[in-house]
Design a protein around this ligand. Structure first.
Ligand SMILES: Nc1ncnc2c1ncn2[C@@H]1O[C@H](COP(=O)(O)OP(=O)(O)OP(=O)(O)O)[C@@H](O)[C@H]1O
Length: 245
């Protein structure tokens, strides 16, 4: 279980969040939805030690930790690919940092490139491909870390509808086949409802969880399910209420 208690961050006198709590059961795929600028990326950056938070008690699988550091793979909102490396070398960065076998990991990366529609672009530099391709490469790199916990900050935002649907299926596989625990930020409510076991609705600053929807519908889901449409309306109503508070 991932347990976050009392997370707090103040930027220049502005409270982004204080006493922020969140629990994610192991193996769950949970999604955060909230207005732009409410503090979602700041929370993920703090969890993974990209920035330091003012306060937080954290545990993962029962172990108290100062941050998730090497326990989670984190895909940030900006792709952060190194411009002078090829796409494949960018994807292999976790291997260069760690001590896994390069041959085995290259095969894994090439497989993922194939599944992500990046085959043939392995030797391209990031500035030679589209934003959506860079985003997919960043997702491959995140998966190459091979961690049990994955934090994704709008991982599919730059993709066309068809590619997005394909990669949503791939994200589901990470949960169902590889038992990963996933915490994802998205602005796409339908995406949240197709993938999530639980959806958390966040308020504008200071960020708190204003509502939580538990979805027990079997996956993969279709948006023709009237129960999903009903939840979508409730989520939209919650977000609108938050925006006018
Ligand atoms: N380095 C910083 N210095 C000062 N304020 C910051 C800094 N980084 C973020 N903020 C502020 O913190 C707030 C939350 O930003 P954050 O990027 O976490 O929001 P978000 O919910 O992820 O937004 P979006 O959905 O648009 O990505 C914003 O008001 C932002 O201006």
């Amino acid at each position: 279980m991932l347990k976050i208690s009392g997370a707090a961050k103040i930027y220049g006198g502005q409270t982004i969040f204080s006493r922020f709590d969140l629990t994610v059961a192991q193996g769950q795929f949970n999604v955060l939805v909230g207005p732009s600028g409410c503090g979602k990326s700041t929370l993920f950056d703090g969890l993974t030690n990209v920035i330091s938070l003012d306060k937080m008690a954290l545990s993962w699988k029962g172990e108290a930790l100062p941050h998730l550091g090497c326990h989670a793979a984190y895909m940030q909102q900006k792709d952060l690919l190194l411009p002078w490396f090829s796409l494949l070398d960018n994807a292999l960065l976790p291997v260069k940092i760690g001590n896994q076998s390069l041959a085995a990991m290259t095969t894994m990366a090439e497989n993922l490139f194939s599944r992500m529609g990046l085959k043939g672009y392995e030797s391209h530099r990031p500035n030679e491909v589209s934003g959506g391709m860079r985003q997919r490469c960043a997702l491959v790199r995140t998966l190459m870390f091979n961690r049990d916990l994955i934090l994704l900050d709008e991982p599919l935002s730059a993709l066309d509808a068809i590619t997005r649907r394909r990669l949503q299926s791939l994200l589901l596989l990470l949960q169902t086949e590889f038992n990963k625990t996933i915490l994802m930020i998205t602005h796409d409510i339908e995406e949240a409802l197709l993938l999530a076991d639980e959806v958390y609705i966040l308020s504008p600053l200071p960020m708190v969880i204003t509502d939580r929807f538990v979805l027990d519908q079997e996956k993969p889901r279709k948006f023709t399910d009237p129960r999903l449409l009903e939840i979508k309306e409730k989520v939209l109503a919650q977000l609108q209420e938050g925006a006018h508070r």
